[in-house]
Structure formats: structure tokens, C-alpha cells
Write a protein that binds this ligand. Structure first.
Ligand code: PXP
Length: 256
């Protein structure tokens, strides 16, 4: 039995195993096999994004991932756009959690957070239907006060703060901008917790940038995909996940 990361979970996003599979149109590498390995390596949950264009994860993957997570007793975090079609799939899948994300067919990846304030009337009934169906609902937003407040108003139980801009600022050497974004996430986490929202973080997290985010006391879950799958090419999936867990534990001063 792997030691637990008390108070903070690592969700491993396996979308890009499907990206690699789809490059050849066959069945290998299988994202469900990757999810099993990820859990064996210490992932506390599995995250997958069923995009409207099905560019990586497909409908069968999502059903198979939910079956695997039930078998392993681990949570599946189903990321999706806030649309009627996706809602129907999520209601049938009954994942532990659903994270509503903005989606744009021309983007390379999820750019920016959901406009929870502007889309209140679209998001609220979807969040309610998902919660009534037993899924915990999170909104993927920027850590700005009006979006945090709006997420609460929409009925979300969780906010996941988009760490992409912070990661990008560090990549491009804009240290003071990264510090400002990190500070906004710290303040946002406090605001969200005061509203009773659980706080998660994700996007663009790597071995180099994860520690300051993991150290935010309100952080309950980090969802990390692209870097772990990319690093697995060099060191293997299990060592990549184990190293990420060690870095997160180190930031929280947890012995694992
Ligand atoms: N969290 C959310 C809501 C996402 O949309 C994504 C990317 O799909 C991630 C986390 C993981 O981001 P990355 O693949 O950059 O680690």
C-alpha cells in the first residue's frame, strides 16, 4: 500500500496517452492501461477530458475509465464543456467528479478559465443536474475574485484554478509576473475556502513549478497530465508519478 499524500491529492490526466494512440489510429498505447499504472504508481485519481472534437479521449475510453476507477476505488474526474450533449454523457457515466472547462475547437489546449460570471445561466442548471446525479462539480477558472464568487453562485462545490499562465510566465523568464499570478492564486484560494469551495489547481504543472502551488495550504488536489506523460517517455510513467508525488509531499512537508 502506497503512503497517502495527506490533505492533497494528485490526479493524473491521461489524455495524452490517447493523443499518442490516435496518432496511429489503433489501440496502443491504451489510456485505461495507463490509468491503472498511474494508480499503482500513487495517483489518487484519474482525470480525463472528453473534448467535443474527441481529439484524444473518446466515449468508450470514458466509460472504460469509469469502470476501472470503480474497480480500483479511485475517483474519476471527467472534464467537459458545459453543453447539453456532454451533460447527457456525464449523467450516464456517473463519475465521482465533473470539471466544467471552456472549450474552443481551434485551441491547442484549454486556454484560460471558464467565464463563470458571464455564463451563470448556462452553467447553473448543468451543475445542479450533475450534483443531483451524484457527481462533485468543479469549475476551471482563473483565480480572480469575481469568477470565484460566480462559481459559488453557480452551485459549484470546487474551483480548479488554471495554473497555465503562471507556468508560462516561468517558462518565459517572467518571474515577477509568475510571482503575481501565484499571489493571486494564494488569495483566491483563501476566498474560495471562505465560501466553502474546495480548491484544486491544474494546467502546465511540472517538476520545476509544482512546489509553490502544492504549498498553498487550501490546495486539495492537483491535476497534472501533459508533463507527466511527456516525462514518462524518458523515465517511465511510474517513476514520473512517484517523483511528482515526492515534490508535492516535500512542498507540504509530508514524509512519504
Ligand atoms: N486541469 C484541467 C481542468 C485541464 O483542462 C487540464 C488540461 O486538459 C489539466 C488540468 C492538465 O493540464 P496539463 O496537461 O497541462 O498538466
Amino acid at each position: 500500500m502506497l503512503p497517502k499524500l495527506d490533505e492533497i491529492r494528485l490526479g493524473v490526466n491521461i489524455d495524452h496517452v490517447a493523443t499518442l494512440r490516435n496518432a496511429r489510429g489503433g489501440a496502443h498505447p491504451c489510456p485505461v492501461d495507463a490509468a491503472r499504472l498511474a494508480v499503482e504508481a500513487g495517483a489518487d485519481g484519474i482525470t480525463a477530458h472528453l473534448r467535443e472534437d474527441r481529439r484524444h479521449i473518446n466515449d468508450a475510453d470514458m466509460a472504460n475509465l469509469q469502470a476501472l476507477c470503480l474497480e480500483l476505488g479511485k475517483p474519476l474526474n471527467f472534464e467537459m464543456a458545459a453543453t447539453r450533449d456532454m451533460l447527457d454523457i456525464a449523467l450516464a457515466t456517473k463519475p465521482h467528479a465533473v470539471c466544467l472547462v471552456p472549450e474552443n475547437r481551434t485551441e491547442r489546449t484549454t486556454e484560460g478559465g471558464l467565464n463563470a460570471a458571464g455564463l451563470h445561466n448556462q452553467i447553473t442548471p448543468i451543475a445542479r443536474a450533475l450534483a443531483e446525479n451524484g457527481s462533485r462539480v468543479s469549475l476551471f477558472i482563473e483565480a480572480v475574485p469575481h469568477q470565484i464568487e460566480a462559481s459559488h453562485q453557480c452551485g459549484a462545490q470546487v474551483v480548479e484554478f488554471h495554473t497555465g499562465a503562471y507556468a508560462h510566465a516561468l517558462d518565459t523568464g517572467e518571474k515577477s509576473q509568475a510571482d503575481g499570478l501565484l499571489q493571486a492564486m494564494r488569495l483566491g484560494a483563501k476566498q474560495a475556502a471562505r465560501l466553502g469551495l474546495e480548491v484544486h489547481f491544474g494546467h502546465g504543472l511540472t517538476f520545476d513549478n509544482v512546489a509553490p502551488v502544492a504549498a498553498i495550504p487550501q490546495a486539495k488536489e492537483l491535476n497534472i497530465g501533459h508533463f507527466i506523460i511527456g516525462e514518462a517517455v524518458f523515465m517511465g510513467l511510474e517513476p514520473a508519478i512517484a517523483k511528482m508525488r515526492r515534490l508535492i509531499a516535500g512542498a507540504r512537508k509530508i514524509n512519504i
